[in-house]
Design a protein around this ligand. Structure first.
Ligand SMILES: *Cc1c(COP(=O)(O)O)cnc(C)c1O
Length: 354
């Protein structure tokens, strides 16, 4: 198959990184027991416990929708509710899976800036109703970094977990790009999660450089009771589990989980810096992780498309660019150059028309 030039429409356009691939290859030699009873699964789980400096419960799922949905289902009864941001993946991109797998726990949606929940928003939603006719608030879910690339500071996470404790809510973190947040803040995974009051984390492997797979980490053992049955019932127990587990060993033991993410973040900053002086082009959100959302006049976006670039505009009409572990800095520069050319072309078009 012919190789197309690299695109930044999604971090899922990237392939499998060498560390994950090599571990898969190693796991592919010989025979091991099935359904997670193998040494790779043990080693990957232990790698998580080492990285997070705690004896957490670790499970593996095929994707983020399953990981989030099952984690939230584990926190809730069917009559409970989960507070989330209006732009949360669980609300906008999981086809109702959190409600489905929890047998009806309702998402309570807060309108937010850049996808960040605040303690005030949580309090308002959690205490607005307390009667029998409304689903009882039970959990809060935050996305770190958010869908638009904002990173919660440790203080912000702690403030949220404090209000969760006050109101009897559990705190879930959708970490589809958890590594990018760790790289951005330069803090440890432990600080970002259980030391700041997070109860359950979904740690994304796919966008971090694996073929597939997310890990679900319970920092409170009681919450993980029977979670293995929940995974199996939902079709998330891999029979050849070693191939979900081995890439994690390759990523975590080498530190590649973090360097991959730091590279993606660097490339996002590289683009943002290269186009900072362009008239009429504005970042829609601060560039804090591996995402750049650009507001640009439609003729400029058309000019980019005409130059072969692909991107989504599903958030407020802005162009989204996501940078993965394999983002080529030369290609980032090419994007910046084409954006500059498209701006000049659009300006010339306006001058001609006048
Ligand atoms: C990509 C992503 C997920 C996981 O999506 P799947 O397609 O189900 O793997 C979850 N949350 C966020 C914020 C994401 O960006």
């Amino acid at each position: 198959m012919t190789q197309e030039p690299q695109q930044f429409a999604s971090d899922n356009y990237a392939g499998i990184c060498p560390a994950a691939w090599a571990a898969m290859d190693e796991a592919n030699r010989g025979y091991v027991p099935a359904y997670g009873e193998d040494p790779w699964t043990q080693r990957a789980s232990d790698s998580f416990r080492t990285l997070f400096e705690t004896d957490c419960e670790v499970f593996f799922a095929f994707n983020g929708t399953a990981a989030n949905s099952l984690a939230l289902a584990a926190l809730c009864q069917s009559y409970h509710s989960v507070i989330c941001s209006s732009s949360a993946h669980v609300e906008t991109d999981e086809c109702g899976a959190p409600e489905f797998f929890s047998n009806g726990s309702k998402l309570l949606v807060a309108q937010t800036e850049g996808g960040k929940l605040t303690p005030e928003a949580v309090r308002a939603l959690a205490t607005g109703r307390s009667d029998i006719h409304f689903p009882k608030p039970r959990a809060v879910t935050i996305t770190q970094p958010t869908e638009t690339g904002q990173v919660y500071s440790l203080d912000e996470i702690r403030a949220l977990s404090a209000i969760c404790r006050e109101l009897g809510l559990r705190l879930h973190m959708d970490g589809a790009r958890f590594a990018n947040a760790c790289a951005a803040l330069g803090c440890s995974p432990a600080e970002m999660t259980w030391r700041s009051g997070v109860d359950v984390l979904c740690f994304g492997g796919t966008k971090n450089g694996m073929a597939a797979g997310e890990a679900i980490l319970f920092f409170d053992h009681a919450l993980a009771v029977d979670f293995d049955y929940r995974c199996k019932q939902a079709g998330q127990l891999a029979s050849k589990m070693r191939f979900l587990a081995a890439p994690w060993v390759g990523m975590l033991e080498s530190g590649v989980w973090l360097s991959n993410a730091a590279h993606g973040n660097d490339c996002a900053r590289r683009l943002a810096t290269a186009i900072a002086d362009l008239p009429g082009i504005e970042p829609m959100f601060p560039v804090e992780a591996n995402a750049v959302f650009l507001r640009a006049p439609e003729p400029v976006l058309e000019g980019l498309r005409a130059r072969g670039w692909r991107f989504y505009t599903f958030i407020g009409g802005g162009a989204r660019f996501m940078f993965a572990w394999d983002a080529d800095p030369a290609r980032v520069d090419a994007l910046a150059g084409d954006l500059r050319a498209a701006v000049q072309e659009a300006q010339a078009g306006v001058t001609l028309a006048a």
